[in-house]
Design a protein. Structure first.
Length: 307
């Protein structure tokens, strides 16, 4: 017995959805590669001082990022329809699929993805022309607001353009906007009136006091213990925190992403370069306790140094 026309149509829709997902992913990779090249060109323009040209050309990068974000949304909608393909067998559109179906119908004619346009034709055959008309006009507002916003042809805001240029300059190490380097206060070469007595050009010379010599070994040991108790252990001595906070990737809606906790900005932890060296040295000595002397030994060393 041949399958019903509805089941055959649903099978065709599933095939076209899979093809559309593959095409969307391929286009996203292509656009990301082109965007990297364009960002490199923007950094070169900023470095040579051609800011006006960079302000105009960066709008192409912004538009490319917006289209990439649109393709990501449409890819998610296609995966949703494949996962809920059983609901497509109903004669009317299920409320759980209405946003995805109408968003694809609304966006397909305005993209370069031919497979997505074939999906639109099959969905129109499934749900009728009136349903397609409502989706194209967005009468009931079921089309995703993000899809409508990404497809709107409006020039980017000046804040967004400036934010993009700042992020590009930061990524490629370009000093933009130009920041003046702080050279500090000028040195004071004015000395006292007794230039003849001071042969160093007027600069005051401080007489170094001789260090105090410890006469009593018991007092020296007590002083060594007191100085040792005031000493601050190095930062690498304590174990590092296992919590690492990474901000989300920048997008056209949020150029400078930040992570906050109770109105406090959290920044990603920076790993120091000597962590691996300290770790290897500790492992070679058999542990932390084996490589660090105790308090009595340190006190004796301080007393010996002061003698």
């Amino acid at each position: 017995m041949p399958p019903s026309p509805s089941l055959a149509l649903v099978a065709k829709i599933k095939v076209q959805l899979k093809l559309a997902i593959a095409r969307l992913r391929m286009v996203q990779k292509r656009d990301e590669a082109l965007a990297k090249q364009q960002r490199r060109v923007m950094a070169q323009l900023l470095e040579v001082g051609k800011v006006d040209s960079a302000l105009i050309r960066v709008e192409n990068i912004i538009r490319s990022d917006i289209i990439t974000e649109l393709h990501e949304i449409l890819e998610l909608y296609c995966e949703l329809l494949i996962a809920r393909a059983g609901l497509l067998e109903a004669p009317t559109c299920d409320p759980g699929l209405e946003e995805a179906v109408k968003s694809i119908i609304y966006a397909a004619p305005k993209t370069e993805i031919k497979e997505l346009q074939q999906v639109r034709i099959l969905l129109a055959e499934k749900f009728g022309k009136e349903f397609v008309h409502q989706a194209m006009e967005n009468v009931d507002g079921k089309v995703s607001e993000k899809v409508v916003k990404k497809l709107s042809v409006t020039p980017p805001k000046p804040e967004l353009v400036t934010g993009y240029l700042e992020e590009i300059a930061k990524a490629y190490g370009v000093n933009w906007p130009r920041k003046q380097q702080d050279l500090g206060d000028p040195p004071d070469f004015l000395g006292d009136d007794d230039d003849d007595e001071n042969p160093s050009g007027g600069q005051a010379q401080k007489n170094l006091e001789a260090p105090l010599l410890a006469t009593d070994p018991n007092n020296a040991e007590v002083e060594a213990r007191a100085e040792l108790s005031k000493a601050t252990p190095p930062k690498s001595f304590a174990p590092s925190s296992p919590l690492h906070v990474n901000p989300p990737s920048p997008s056209t809606d949020n150029v400078h992403p930040k992570v906050t906790l109770n109105s406090l900005e959290l920044k990603p932890a920076k790993r120091t370069g000597n962590v691996g060296v300290v770790k290897k040295a500790a492992e070679s000595k058999g542990g932390i306790a084996d490589g660090i002397p105790d308090v009595d030994e340190l006190a004796k060393r301080f007393a010996a140094l002061k003698r």
